[in-house]
Design a protein around this ligand. Structure first.
Ligand SMILES: *Cc1c(COP(=O)(O)O)cnc(C)c1O
Length: 390
């Protein structure tokens, strides 16, 4: 019997499946932890399984999604100081990966529904060298328009799908629409390995270049499902950044991959259940998915309507005091998703539309494991915090 529910800890992770724990116990005895020690290592198997699951030709597992984004940009062989369009609403790691790759992030405005402002993207495309679309918090922007604009300007398109594993756009997996898709296995994502990332692509040349740069020194590329003639032309031509995944991370992820579909279904049902409750209150607006978008949420975002800054801050503090930390992206100190805090950039634009959205957009984790009574408790806290400020 379950105990009477109390307000759930929204940062508590799910246990790692027993099969993973068994595989790791054995691995610790053989100490076979490096992906290139053996032929079909857990990392290589993860790559095959992940590519198959998403419907991509190739996959490369790496140390983080940030590493995957960095390697993707390097693989595109862009000119020095290339201008890379990114949404102004994303995590600081994304502009950081662009800077790390020797490129310049150009921030594109984001609308009140958290999606890329297509008119602003179009206006900035003529002067850009690449597009990196971050599907922030799993919100899919209009990918038909983005692909059209990228093609019209001959711009390579990278998808940051860190938070979109399991999301589809017109039936197609997010991460397979652009030239490269990047995913994260950090603990707050759908599959939890603590840290880790993976990139997928159908392009044999891009995978060859990322494989080498990820640290496949000498002839270790032979332990990848890559095409030999595409790799040999890059042999000894590229730097080795050593961003490999190690076998324990792969062993933690592989059994979770089988649970993905169930987690996605559950996460979506949980999200929509809470969204309905919040939307019934005058203070909240949970933007609906776009047409064509089938989401895989493990968190919920919503806007606060017609509140002053003081009321917003009081709402944030009240919900926290009641046990549910609601973050307002643009009102919490040093928030890594508020673009004005990316002070490592040379040029931070004003972007009033994105700024206004961030000042009212709330973020609540909604782990897929939550039961209905726990979702009720979360919703009740958020609703009573709203009632306390109006
Ligand atoms: C988590 C996240 C990242 C960074 O992923 P890491 O694996 O921690 O590097 C990048 N973009 C988005 C949208 C994310 O949610």
């Amino acid at each position: 019997m379950r105990d009477l529910p109390s307000v759930p800890d929204l940062h508590q992770a799910e246990p790692i499946p027993q099969t993973a724990r068994d595989a790791i116990a054995e691995m610790l005895i053989t100490a076979d932890l490096f992906r290139y020690t053996s032929e079909n290592s857990p990392v290589a198997l993860l790559e095959t399984e992940f590519a198959e699951k998403l419907g991509a030709r190739f996959a490369l597992a790496v140390s983080s999604c940030s590493a995957a984004l960095f390697l993707s940009l390097k693989a595109l062989d862009l000119p020095k100081d290339a201008r890379v369009l990114i949404p102004a609403f994303t995590f600081a790691a994304v502009p950081s990966a662009v800077v790390h790759a020797g490129c310049v992030p150009v921030l594109v405005d984001v609308a009140a529904n958290y999606r890329v402002d297509i008119a602003d993207l179009e206006a900035k495309a003529a002067d850009a060298d690449a597009v990196l679309i971050s599907h922030m918090r799993g919100h899919t922007s209009d990918m038909d328009a983005i692909v059209r604009i990228a093609r019209a300007h001959d711009l390579p398109l990278i998808e940051d799908a860190a938070h979109s594993l399991g999301t589809t756009w017109n039936g197609q997996n997010i991460g397979t629409i652009g030239d490269i898709g990047c995913f994260s296995f950090q603990s707050y994502k759908m599959l939890n390995a603590g840290e880790g990332g993976i990139l997928i692509t159908d392009d044999p040349d891009l995978i060859a270049r990322t494989v080498i740069m990820s640290g496949a020194y000498e002839h270790n590329w032979q332990k990848h499902a890559v095409l030999a003639d595409h790799v040999t032309r890059w042999q000894n031509q590229l730097p080795l950044y050593n961003m490999r995944m190690q076998n324990i991370a792969a062993a933690v992820i592989r059994p979770q991959l089988e649970l993905l579909d169930a987690r996605v279904t559950r996460g979506r049902a949980n999200h929509d259940y809470v969204a309905d409750k919040l939307n019934a209150h005058q203070v909240f607006d949970v933007p609906p998915p776009l047409r064509g978008e089938l989401r895989a949420p493990d968190s919920i975002q919503f806007n606060l309507l017609d509140l002053s800054d003081d009321q917003v801050d009081l709402f944030q503090n009240t919900s926290k005091a009641l046990g549910i930390p609601v973050q307002v992206f643009g009102r919490s100190t040093d928030n890594a998703r508020a673009f004005w805090n990316w002070q490592f950039l040379d040029d931070i634009p004003s972007l009033p539309q994105t700024r206004a959205m961030l000042a009212r957009a709330c973020d609540v984790r909604l782990p897929v494991r939550l039961e209905r009574d726990e979702l009720d408790l979360v919703s009740d806290v958020v609703l009573s915090a709203a009632n306390a400020v109006i």
